[in-house]
Design a protein. Structure first.
Length: 277
């Protein structure tokens, strides 16, 4: 991170002297605050919709960087989501980048009212699981985890781990994602991993504040933690969370669990399935 000193003219020559001395001692450049703010206004977009479409121009570059990281470090990467322009529509998408250089795309299906109003996002139509050399996984972006139908369809496809990248601005919004993620782990007898964005982006509307706590959740049965929490990060703090999960425990749960949410469904009364257009 690069540091700079900004100085406001309204504090007079005394502030200028202090800023200059700090700049020399700390080897940090000093800029006139009014000039900086003027430059920011000059380069500002007319609307948030214009800004997000400009950001979408960098999605291909970001994808290529993640693919290279997956190959270089010999890991599978589930990226955060980013804007993608497709057929003149704007979508919120992410990527599974495998260690062998291949990749898959997943789309956010449910768009929040604010995303539709401010950015003009459209909802995707893909609900699917992905094969990896570690497990069969599903990915739901943020708001999507609040709709149990999606993860149930993935569970019927054999999903073992559900990943939920998210961005929430308030603790209320975060709590919705977290509570629903824990419910998805119980009802689908799978592991659920949530990873959110923390920190602030001042002067960037709709992105200026963020709150998150990443975690790994499990079903609640005898072979798992009593509270269904395998690991948790420090709230609203940037950090790396490392956790091991045992997929064999899921197989035992499906057959010998004290409750069997997947097996005990009443297919004679109800079902959840994809509509094919």
């Amino acid at each position: 991170m690069n540091l700079v000193i900004t100085m406001s003219r309204r504090f007079g020559t005394g502030a200028s002297i202090i800023a200059k001395e700090l700049s020399e001692r700390l080897h940090i450049p000093v800029y006139d605050k009014d000039d900086v703010e003027h430059g920011m206004r000059e380069n500002a977009f007319e609307s948030e919709a214009d800004a997000i479409r400009e950001l979408a121009k960098y999605t291909d570059e970001m994808l290529n960087r993640f693919i290279n990281l997956a190959i270089s470090y010999n890991i599978n990467i589930i990226t955060g989501s980013m804007p993608l322009i497709k057929d003149d529509g704007l979508y919120n998408v992410g990527f599974l980048c495998r260690r062998d250089g291949s990749y898959e795309t997943y789309e956010k299906v449910h768009i929040t009212p604010d995303e539709a109003k401010s950015w003009g996002l459209s909802g995707g139509k893909m609900v699917q699981t992905f094969e990896t050399d570690c497990a069969k996984i599903g990915v739901l972006i943020c708001y999507d985890v609040e709709f149990p139908e999606l993860s149930r369809i993935m569970a019927d496809q054999g999903m073992q781990i559900l990943f939920v990248p998210f961005l929430t601005d308030t603790q209320n919004a975060y709590s919705r994602v977290r509570v629903c993620a824990q419910a998805r782990a119980i009802e689908n007898e799978c592991f659920v991993v949530i990873a959110g964005s923390v920190g602030n982006l001042p002067r960037v509307h709709n992105m200026d504040i963020q709150y998150a706590q990443s975690g790994v959740f499990t079903p609640c049965d005898f072979a798992f933690p009593t509270d269904g929490k395998r690991a948790e990060a420090t709230p609203n703090t940037e950090m790396i969370l490392v956790s091991d999960v045992d997929l064999d425990l899921l197989n035992e749960l499906h057959t010998y669990g004290s409750v069997r949410n997947l097996k005990d469904r009443r297919h004679d009364l109800y079902e959840v399935k994809m509509k094919r257009k």
